[in-house]
Design a protein around this ligand. Structure first.
Ligand code: GDP
Ligand code: GDP
Length: 437
């Protein structure tokens, strides 16, 4: 799947600043929703077309008090192991420190390829700053001033040739007529049971997609005359290694699957409701703007009381994605499959629908007519027209004046209005407001 680059360094050297500079295109996509836990440590860099990669901000390898054995450090070490390339970030103003030395020693031992990124070189002698780190003996040294976007293109130029070719290309390119679906969720919710049931029972045409790497198995499936591609789920991977120990939850693997799919099916366990890890997974889906179906699994074996409990908990905890359909299933017994696939279809159809400027502008004017934007300090926002700005998620670009004055609640009103009018289910929708013209 996508290659992974890890950012490593002691606190305060500018790792998050570099992370933001490299992932900035994605951050703006969906605003914060209450109730969603965002994993801010993973992101995607799409600044170089055709060569996207995943990025992990380890949040510090040296954790000053806890040392290299602490919990943060353990996570960072896992990220280094998982990564194809490490960016070892140091502070060009402060020069080398003892903590840097520790990290350097660790990286050398890890065997993962790494660059030395000398940050904060703005307003100082770059050559001199770089020279200070010469004794580290790192082959590739790149000076940047991330806070000012300086050196970022050069950094990218160095990174890209080091990364393995992306296996996603094969998964994405072939067969555009298939709906790409990922079944995701925390360990034990029933992903592999579900996938195996789908593959085993349906007499489908199942085949590994050629050109994908060993780890990125995708399987094609035909069901009720429709074509699907099941993307990189833990269940698929586990088919190969039957005896594998309990799989640990990898946010990056989940993210990869989300990035590659068109519809994400998030599995929940009816007996356990919505756990924090479930919320994290849902947050990743929302962040990516993907179509979403919530599958409440293990519906068998729950009595009426538990079922009611589960449903009201979902109602409360999933208010941030009201638009997502909830389907109750039993992967074990194969119930609810037809409904599940219908919901996948509806979500896909909504997410990829093509709108015309005429119909979006008409929708906008009716929305305004039935509820005009409120007057703020003598003026009201004036929205002139709306045109479609892309699919997956459906995006509407609204042009007008004083759009900044539109409140969050008015924006939500517009969103709900469009959602109802165009009967959009199972997908987030996005509005972009453009001043002028
Ligand atoms: P992290 O702890 O390694 O993630 O570091 P941060 O990204 O949070 O940055 C730590 C501090 O360094 C912040 O106050 C940043 O504004 C500052 N900083 C980051 N990059 C630069 C830079 O290129 N130049 C300067 N002068 N300061 C920077
Ligand atoms: P994964 O880690 O998400 O792939 O979960 P598994 O598919 O390995 O399932 C975890 C456990 O839940 C296994 O013991 C399954 O037999 C059980 N399980 C999965 N689906 C169902 C279901 O629909 N009903 C019940 N009762 N158990 C299930």
């Amino acid at each position: 799947m996508l290659p992974l680059v890890a950012l490593v360094g002691r606190p305060n050297v500018g790792k998050s600043t570099i992370f933001n500079a490299l992932t900035r295109s994605r951050d703006a996509l969906v605003h914060d929703e209450p109730g969603v836990t965002r994993d801010r440590h993973y992101g995607f860099c799409r600044l170089v077309e055709d060569r996207p990669f995943g990025l992990c901000d380890t949040g510090g390898l040296s954790g000053e008090e806890e040392g290299l054995a602490g919990a943060t450090a353990r996570q960072a070490r896992a990220a280094v192991e998982e990564a194809d390339l490490v960016l070892f970030v140091v502070d060009g103003r402060e020069g080398p420190s003892g903590l840097d030395q520790n990290i350097l020693a660790f990286l050398r031992k890890s065997g993962t390829r790494f660059f030395l990124v000398v940050n904060k070189t703005d307003g100082i002698d770059v050559q001199a700053a770089v020279a200070e780190f010469a004794r580290f003996g790192v082959e590739r040294v790149i000076p940047v001033a991330a806070a000012h976007q300086r050196g970022i293109p050069e950094l990218l130029e160095e990174i890209i040739p080091e990364l393995p070719e992306d296996g996603d290309a094969a998964v994405l390119s072939e067969d555009p007529g298939r709906i790409r679906v990922a079944f995701i969720g925390r360990p034990n919710v029933g992903k592999s049971t579900l996938v195996n049931r789908l593959l085993g029972e349906e007499r489908m045409i199942a085949s590994d997609v050629p050109g994908t790497t060993r780890d990125s198995i995708a399987v094609d499936l035909t069901r009720d005359g429709r074509d699907y591609r099941l993307i990189d789920t833990a269940g698929l991977r586990r088919r190969a290694k039957v005896e594998e120990a309990v799989e640990k939850f990898s946010a990056f693997k989940t993210l990869q699957a989300i990035e590659t799919c068109q519809v994400a099916v998030v599995l929940l366990d009816a007996g356990e409701g919505v756990t924090e890890q479930d919320a994290t997974v849902l947050g990743l889906v929302l962040n990516a703007g993907r179509a979403l179906v919530v599958a409440v699994n293990k519906w068998d074996g729950q009595d009426k009381y538990t079922r009611d409990q589960a449903m009201s908990m979902l109602e409360r905890k999933l208010s941030f994605c009201e638009w997502a359909e909830r389907i109750t299933i039993s992967a074990k017994h194969g119930t609810g499959m037809r409904e599940l696939f219908k919901a996948i279809h509806r979500a896909h159809a909504s997410a990829t629908h093509q709108f015309s400027t005429a119909e979006t502008t008409k929708a906008l004017s009716i929305a305004i007519e039935s509820f005009p934007p409120p007057v703020v300090r003598g003026h009201a926002a004036k929205m002139k027209f709306a045109h479609p700005g892309g699919a997956n998620p459906p995006t509407f670009i609204v042009h007008g004046n004083r759009l900044k004055s539109l409140s969050e609640s008015y924006r939500r009103y517009l969103e709900n209005f469009f959602r109802k009018r165009f009967k959009l289910v199972g997908t987030p929708i996005k509005f972009v407001f453009k001043e002028g013209e």
